[in-house]
Every structure is written in C-alpha cells, then in structure tokens.
Design a protein around this ligand. Structure first.
Ligand code: GRF
Length: 202
C-alpha cells in the first residue's frame, strides 16, 4: 500500500517507518515524504533513502491555512498515497484535511492518550506524577489527538527522571510502535500484541 509521511522536523519516526518498509513482507511502501518545513532534517533522511521528498512551506500562505492544506492534499493525491502517517507534523489540521483523509490518516503522539494531548507531554506527565507514560498511535479526526486509538506502548516513569530522560524512553517505544501499528492497520491479520510494552488494539 502506498503511504505518505508528513513531518516538520527531525524525522526519527519517519526513519523508523522507512526502515520498516524496507522489509519485503511489510504491507506499506513510502510513496512520498512531505514537509511544511523545507529545512526539516526528516526530508534529508528520505532523500538519502532514495524516496521522493518535498516541502510545501506554510509561510508564504500566511494565515490562509486552507490554501496550504489544499496544496498539501493535492501533493498527497498526486503521490498515489492511500494512507498518510503524520510523523512529527507540527501543524494543526483543519477539517478539510481530516475529512479528506478520514480513516486513512494516522498520528503518533508522545503520551498515553487521552492523557496529555497537545504539547510538552513529558513535562506534564512528570508534573502530574504519573508512574506509567508512553505513546499512542491513533487515527486522525477533527479534534487534536482525539481519534480512535490503534495502539499504545507504555514505559515506566523512574525516580529522578527529567523530561529529556522520559522523552528518550518514550521515543524508543514510538519507533517500535509506529511500524507495528501501521502494519496492523493495513493488514488486519497481524497479531494484536507483538512486544512486551506494546499493545495494539484490534
Ligand atoms: C515525536 O515525539 C512524536 O510523537 C510527536 O512529535 C515527535 C516527532 O519526532 N508527534 P520525530 O520528528 O519523529 O523524531
């Protein structure tokens, strides 16, 4: 299945997905890596892997979110993508894009949703004193970080953890979870639980 990735920055989740897609039995192939940020390191990762990589800078569009999203959408369509994975895409989506890709757009979020939607999840988890934290792959709907959950991975919060410690522990799980959740999403026959801390919902 042709899958496009949307990212804004570092691209470590994109890297994990790109590597997963190199396995012959993986049900996705990356048809496009698209960014709103022409400087995103994730675009270089894609280019080095020989994948089509493109930026549509949001800045020239100013406040016209709709026009930027239409350009993004046109590009996704042209790539032949049948599904889209948000991988650190830092723009809020309007109903135009969420509706156009309803049921076909996945996101990874660095918390155990519905706890801590939005930004600064690791700081907020530490402030809240939770003992278990993690990440979630979910379908994208209109409400930010709100769609149906496809899978979660959990990590412990350890005494003395700083936000960066927790971020690194969660990120490691993100890189396991996202490919598993995408595989499960595309290939409903995949086993529902494949790693100790990862839980993929049916
Ligand atoms: C990840 O923590 C992801 O969960 C969040 O944004 C971050 C992106 O990191 N949505 P990367 O660009 O994939 O390294």
């Amino acid at each position: 299945t042709p899958v496009a990735l949307l990212l804004s920055g570092r691209g470590s989740n994109a890297t994990a997905l790109i590597h997963a897609c190199e396995a012959p039995d993986f049900p996705a192939r990356i048809c496009l890596v698209l960014s709103n940020n022409p400087q995103a390191p994730g675009l270089d990762v894609a280019r080095k892997a020989g994948l089509p990589a493109k930026a549509i800078d949001h800045r020239p569009f100013g406040k016209d979110r709709a026009a930027h999203e239409q350009a993004i959408h046109a590009c996704l369509e042209e790539s032949g993508a049948q599904a889209v994975c948000l991988a650190g895409y830092m723009r809020l989506l309007t109903p135009f894009l969420t509706t156009a890709w309803a049921g076909r757009m996945l996101n990874i979020h660095p918390s155990l949703l519905p706890s801590f939607p939005g930004l600064h999840t690791h700081e907020r988890a530490l402030e809240a004193g939770v003992r278990i934290h993690g990440c979630t792959v979910h379908l994208v709907t209109e409400g930010m970080d709100e769609g149906p959950i496809l899978g979660q991975a959990a990590v412990p919060v350890l005494p003395g953890d700083m936000p960066d410690d927790l971020a690194a522990r969660v990120l490691h799980e993100e890189h396991q979870l996202y490919p598993l959740a995408l595989r499960r999403f595309l290939d409903k026959g995949a086993p529902s639980c494949q790693a100790q801390s990862v839980l993929l919902v049916a």
